[in-house]
Structures are given as structure tokens and as C-alpha cells.
Design a protein around this ligand. Structure first.
Ligand code: SF4
Length: 331
């Protein structure tokens, strides 16, 4: 499988009154063509900040280092160029967003413009990347994008405003808009969190079908391990800005090795359990990280040596699959 996105040692630093903090700390990962990589972790683990850094949308004043090489799609027979999303100038990022790498967010009501008809918003997304197209062609592509996202009655829906649509339909419009310019990579940041479970399943099925049909590479950010199990080929678990475990999704979910992944799985709701477990404590503040392993204060398996150094992300011993973890007890 060809690599579509290769992230190497990406770090994001933010200024605070107490000094610089690192919500994303030397993250490396690879996303193959047509592959779905699930990024999971609690709020504050760095998942969304990583996505924003890849899109060039990190907050003003942020510092980004490392590399994130995006293999662009071949167009008009030309050899596909590679772009470093971390070093690309703002103008290049504007051209890449939507055309090569796109995003859908958790709450489409805040992402969509409330005073523009949905069709006009998709037309605008197409016009930015295809300024020479005639208006009739842009309109035809807009209806095709809505149809591809399984929006019923696209002609009617294109004339409506976001508040006239249900939550599920709004998310379908967001997907249509994100894919209107045929990007190769889609970042889906908690795309189903605001939806009820039946609509959630429909959106997950739609994303899976579009991934197959369009050979999309999908970076799927979620805190929900049940969702990851449904959509992801591989999974990377983040904690305090770092990847702490990664590997094939079903392997990691069935046989977690890092104590944090074990805790997340214990905390996932299941009918047969009847009660919810939780991980004691909270994600540490980025300007007050504990010495050594950042998970140590919450870890039921910690030993004195855990406080010596931050563990490296290393292959998990005794496991045949491509598994890595950041824990001195399992590597
Ligand atoms: S290194 Fe120690 S504290 Fe950190 S996850 Fe492993 S056992 Fe727990």
C-alpha cells in the first residue's frame, strides 16, 4: 500500500503565561492509500491539535516543527508532487486544503455558514479550486457531491439553509463539501459525536463506502473505541501529546498492551457490564507534566523506574504484528 501521508516527529508548541507547552510532542505516523487510521484518546490528548497542525490551522502564535509529507493526487497525468504540510507557506496550504486534504468537524452547525444555502457553500468550495469552470458545471458538480454523500433530494436540499436540515443531513452536507474537490486525505474529527446512535451508524457506513469508492485515506479522530473498532484499519492511542500505543485496530482493541489503552477499554460502556469503570485522575496539565512517564500518576502498574525517563515508543515484545507501545513493562 502506497503511503499517502507520512508524519515525522511533528511537534506543536503553544505559548502560555508559564512558558511553552507541547500539545503535540514528536508524533510520527503513516497513513496508506485507502487506509483508515483511528486516533483515539481523552480530551486534551492532542488529537485535534495534531489535525489542525496538518491542515495549517493551528492557533496564532503556535510553533510547528517536524515534517508531514503529503503525496498529492496525480492530476492531468502529471507526476504527483509531495508537499510538507508543516513547512508549506500559507498560500500553498490554502491551495492544498480541500483539493488534497480536507476535514469534517464534530458539529456541522458551527462549521457551516448559517446564512448561506447549503448548495452555495459547496459551490464556493468547488469554485476556489476550479475557478475556470462555468457556473452550470459547478452547480452540476454540487448536486453530484450531495448525491455522493447520499443526501436525498439534492436539488431541494441545495436550496435550504443549514438550520432547515437534521443533524445527520448537515453532516452529510459537510462530507459533500469536504469531498467536492476530490481530496486524497480526509480528516474526520469526531464526526459522529454530536449524532444519535442510529444516525451515527449511517454516517460511519457512508464514510466507509466513500473511502472504498474514492480510495480515500481517512484520519479518524475519536474518543469512542466502539467507533474505532467499526471504521479503522489501524489505531494510534494518544496521551499528553504523544502516541502511547499503535498497531492494527482489532489487535490493539482485543489485546491492548499499554495500561492507558487498557484503561480506555475498561471505561468504554458495555451493556453486559452494567457499570462504568473509569481511569482515576485526569490528563495532566501540559505545563505540569510528571517526571518520567506522563501516565504514571494514573497507572495501576507503575513501578519506581517509571519516573526515570519518558518511555520510547518501541515494538511490543512477544507480539508478531506491527505493534508499538510507550511503556517500560511491555517493550
Ligand atoms: S511506563 Fe510505567 S507508568 Fe508508564 S504506562 Fe508503563 S507501567 Fe505505567
Amino acid at each position: 500500500m502506497a503511503t499517502r501521508l507520512e508524519v515525522r516527529n511533528v511537534t506543536v508548541e503553544l505559548p502560555t503565561p508559564e512558558g511553552w507547552v507541547r500539545p503535540v510532542n514528536k508524533v510520527s505516523l503513516a497513513l496508506g492509500e485507502g487506509e483508515t487510521l483511528g486516533i483515539v484518546g481523552e480530551s486534551g490528548s492532542g488529537k485535534t491539535m495534531l489535525a489542525l497542525a496538518l491542515l495549517g490551522l493551528d492557533p496564532p502564535g503556535a510553533r510547528r516543527t517536524g515534517e508531514a509529507w503529503l503525496a498529492c493526487r496525480s492530476r492531468n497525468g502529471a507526476p504527483p508532487p509531495r508537499e510538507n504540510l508543516i513547512a508549506a507557506p500559507a498560500g500553498t496550504m490554502r491551495a492544498l486544503r480541500g483539493r488534497e486534504i480536507a476535514v469534517i468537524f464534530q458539529e456541522p452547525m458551527t462549521a457551516l455558514n448559517p446564512v448561506m444555502r447549503t448548495g452555495a457553500q459547496i459551490e464556493e468550495a468547488i469554485r476556489i479550486h476550479e475557478p475556470d469552470l462555468r457556473e452550470e458545471e459547478i452547480h452540476r458538480l454540487t448536486l453530484a457531491a450531495l448525491g455522493r454523500a447520499a443526501v436525498p433530494e439534492p436539488v431541494v436540499r441545495a436550496r435550504q439553509y443549514p438550520h432547515q436540515l437534521s443533524g445527520g443531513l448537515r453532516q452529510r452536507v459537510m462530507i459533500a463539501m469536504a469531498l467536492a474537490a476530490s481530496p486524497g486525505v480526509l480528516i474526520a474529527d469526531e464526526p459522529t459525536t454530536a449524532l444519535d446512535v442510529t444516525v451515527q451508524k449511517q454516517i460511519l457506513d457512508l464514510l466507509a463506502a466513500l473511502r472504498r469508492e474514492l480510495q480515500l485515506s481517512l484520519l479518524f479522530i475519536t474518543h469512542d473505541l466502539g467507533v474505532v473498532a467499526q471504521v479503522a484499519d489501524r489505531v494510534a492511542v494518544m496521551y499528553a501529546g504523544r502516541i502511547v500505543e499503535e498497531g492494527p485496530a482489532l489487535e490493539v482493541l482485543r489485546h491492548p498492551r499499554h495500561p492507558y489503552t487498557e484503561g480506555l477499554l475498561r471505561a468504554a460502556p458495555r451493556l453486559e457490564r452494567g457499570h462504568l469503570a473509569s481511569i482515576p485522575g485526569a490528563v495532566p496539565s501540559l505545563n505540569a507534566l510528571p517526571p518520567g512517564c506522563p501516565f504514571a500518576p494514573r497507572c495501576p502498574r507503575r513501578i519506581a523506574a517509571c519516573e526515570d525517563d519518558v518511555p520510547e515508543l518501541l515494538p511490543v515484545s512477544g507480539v508478531p504484528e506491527n505493534r508499538r507501545a510507550r511503556c517500560i513493562l511491555v517493550c
